[in-house]
Design a protein around this ligand. Structure first.
Ligand code: 8YV
Length: 322
């Protein structure tokens, strides 16, 4: 028995139906949570995303043998709890790198050139004269791009900056990324130096106990007043209230965000009132092509894991000693 808790394309749903006895939920909410909890009692597999799978919830699935998240991020699952129960968590690394990097570079361009603010001005009939200095954006080409988290997606973002925009790439990471240094002439520096010297600061780390609230008031204060901050990781990697203050007080120039502490971002958020904040609704990987690749990967992962093969795409393989 497998629970599918996110709607997926019919062709991939058929593949699951061919293999397993599927109980389907189109997202988990207050209306169906009791039914979901009841289904957990017999579930041997879980596949979906966008639902927080706490240890409390997972403990209600005594027969669980494998979980497959349709995402590269694994922070919605209590990975330590799954590992304690020797349950593999499968995820979808690799297939979304280029699309997510496209999204982050879209954020860089939109934020630097004030594209959303100025497009709104046109739509609202406020374009009454040539755009003057008060509405100028800032150049991207030739600037310094600092990437915090030079993993596969960080590398793809740096690739766009290096080859597409002649940007100087510097990065801070848990370990050296020699490919980025060789291919993109990237420089490995400490995070404080990166914050102080980058024109664009782009965060692409996973959300872990070490990265939670990594960027707060102190870090924003280290950045150039002309700096543009980009977050494509997880909302909780930054102190969102501190970012709002930094944007209002001119500590930094602007921010482009694809992720937020609370998602969906409430319209009451002060971020929604700031022209120097470009806000995307967590669309990093949200293209037809890439989401199909992610679902296909996640379905393959679950089938393999329930057949005992966790050789590919297992987030806790090392911890499971398999
Ligand atoms: C997911 C993401 O699509 O992969 C991730 O970790 O954040 C996005 O690509 C999103 O979580 C919804 O599935």
């Amino acid at each position: 028995k497998v629970i599918l808790y996110r709607d997926i394309p019919a062709q991939e749903r058929q593949r699951l139906d061919n293999q397993f006895d599927i109980t389907f939920f189109n997202g988990i909410n207050e209306e169906n949570k009791d039914a979901f909890i009841a289904a957990l009692a017999d579930a041997e597999g879980l596949i979906g995303t966008s639902t927080n799978m706490s240890s409390e919830l997972l403990s209600l699935a005594p027969k669980l043998k494998a979980a497959s998240t349709i995402s590269v991020g694994t922070d919605l699952y209590d990975l330590n709890y799954l590992t304690e129960r020797s349950i593999p968590l499968m995820h979808t690394p690799g297939v979304l790198n280029e699309t997510t990097a496209d999204t982050l570079f879209t954020l860089i361009m939109c934020t630097a050139r004030r594209a959303v603010e100025l497009s709104t001005m046109v739509r609202e009939g406020r374009w009454t004269s040539n755009v003057g200095e008060a509405l100028y954006g800032t150049d991207v080409h030739g600037k310094t791009l600092g990437i915090i988290g030079m993993g596969r997606i960080g590398y793809a973002i740096a690739k766009r900056g290096h080859f597409g925009f002649d940007m100087k790439i510097q990065y801070s990471n848990r370990s050296r990324n020699l490919d980025a240094e060789k291919d993109l002439n990237a420089t490995y520096i400490d995070i404080e130096s990166l914050l102080k010297t980058s024109d664009f600061v782009c965060v692409m780390t996973p959300l872990t106990p070490q990265t939670e609230r990594l960027i707060g008031a102190k870090e924003f204060a280290m950045m150039k007043e002309s700096a543009i901050f980009i977050n494509g990781s997880r909302g909780k990697v930054i102190d969102e209230a501190a970012l709002v203050e930094a944007l209002i007080n001119g500590t930094i120039r602007a921010a482009g965000l694809d992720v937020f502490e609370v998602e969906p971002l409430p319209a009451s958020s002060p971020l929604c009132k700031l022209d120097n904040a470009v806000l995307f609704p967590h669309i990093g990987s949200a293209t037809t092509e890439t989401r199909l690749k992610m679902v296909t990967c996640a379905v393959d992962n679950l089938i393999n894991a329930l057949n005992g093969d966790i050789s590919q795409n297992c987030a806790n393989k090392k911890q499971l000693n398999r």
